[in-house]
Design a protein around this ligand. Structure first.
Ligand SMILES: [Zn+2]
Length: 322
């Protein structure tokens, strides 16, 4: 009897402790600041939607910081990304060199083309345009890289028939700006109605989104807009990444195929330029901030992909994720 009473007492004490702990957690949750490192990092992922959350990561301009600081963080989580290389600028100060690029590829990173010298493409002569677009493919091939994707410098050229026709001769896909999501069927852009991803309209004009105008976002632009304030950087990142959940419904990665859906899946393509231990530098992401952003992707069950995971189906004129 005495023994049972002790047990009941112990049970009561345990219950009271649990109730206090629960109420503390609840009230803390309500009074948390708008956003913080810890809140972002510990948000539990929901299993039923976790594997429909994806992001394609790119790094442009072969900056050394991407090798020295970003790669170890990507490696920590097993994330693979695309590195768009300016083939004529691998010996510049602060640039990733060929040895580092080779090490990127041998560790599973995707190496793609970002022109020879990073020119504005819209007003070049035919030969200069060819040098930038075909020349960079050839230049990368001479170093052992078979490239299938191209990224337009300054997000310029995807609305120019001459530029696009040249790109189309040498690459399967080309990436431009400036949208938080790429709709795999190309039919979710409110201001640019399309029914599929065909490159040309019947009148010969270019469509807004197509295989040579894969829409993406330079996240470092948000960092500038946010005046490098960590709280707003993290909240913007979470918002952009989560916006896909309105479109990617279903139980697996296969649901991201645009085929057969009214509005196919949507994928955020996020670009960084330079990751370094510096603050408040435009187009440069502080390495600590970058580490937190990648931790967020990991902790929230995002599947991180590169450009090689994005394919275009020429029969159905939509893209899909592999
Ligand atoms: Zn660039």
């Amino acid at each position: 009897m005495e023994c049972n009473e002790r047990r009941i007492q112990a049970l009561l004490v345990f219950t009271v402790v649990i109730v206090i702990a629960l109420s503390t957690i609840t009230s803390t949750a309500f009074f948390l600041p708008a956003i913080s490192y810890s809140q972002l990092s510990t948000t539990p992922s929901s299993n039923n939607i976790a594997n429909t959350k994806v992001v394609i990561l790119s790094f442009d301009d072969n900056r050394k910081g991407d090798f020295t600081y970003a790669k170890p963080i990507l490696d920590k989580y097993g994330f693979k990304a695309t590195f768009f290389i300016i083939c004529g600028k691998t010996t510049d100060k602060g640039a990733m060199n060929w040895q580092e690029i080779a090490s990127m590829q041998s560790d599973g990173m995707d190496i793609e083309s970002h022109t020879m010298t990073h020119k504005h493409l819209n007003h070049l002569s035919a030969s200069a345009l060819n040098f930038e677009i075909a020349g960079s493919k050839q230049c990368l091939a001479s170093h052992g890289y078979n490239t299938t994707s191209f990224a337009y410098p300054y997000d310029e050229g995807a609305d120019n028939v001459t530029v696009v026709n040249t790109v189309a001769k040498y690459y399967d896909l080309a990436r431009t700006g400036s949208e938080p999501l790429m709709f795999l069927n190309c039919n979710g852009f409110k201001n640019h109605p399309q029914t599929d991803c065909k490159t040309y309209l019947p009148d010969g004009k270019l469509t807004y989104a197509n295989r040579y105008a894969i829409r993406s976002l330079s996240f470092d632009r948000y960092e500038i807009k946010d005046l490098f304030n960590n709280a707003s950087i993290f909240s913007d990142f979470g918002q952009i990444l989560n916006s896909q959940s309105n479109y990617n419904k279903g139980n697996g990665i296969i649901s991201l195929s645009g085929i057969g859906n009214n509005v196919g899946g949507a994928v955020p393509l996020i670009t960084f330029h330079n990751v370094r231990p510096v603050n408040n530098v435009p187009y440069t992401t502080n390495v600590g901030v970058f580490a937190e952003l990648m931790k967020y992707l990991h902790d929230n069950g995002y599947k991180v992909l590169d450009m090689a995971n994005l394919r275009y189906d020429t029969k159905s004129n939509v893209s899909h994720i592999t």
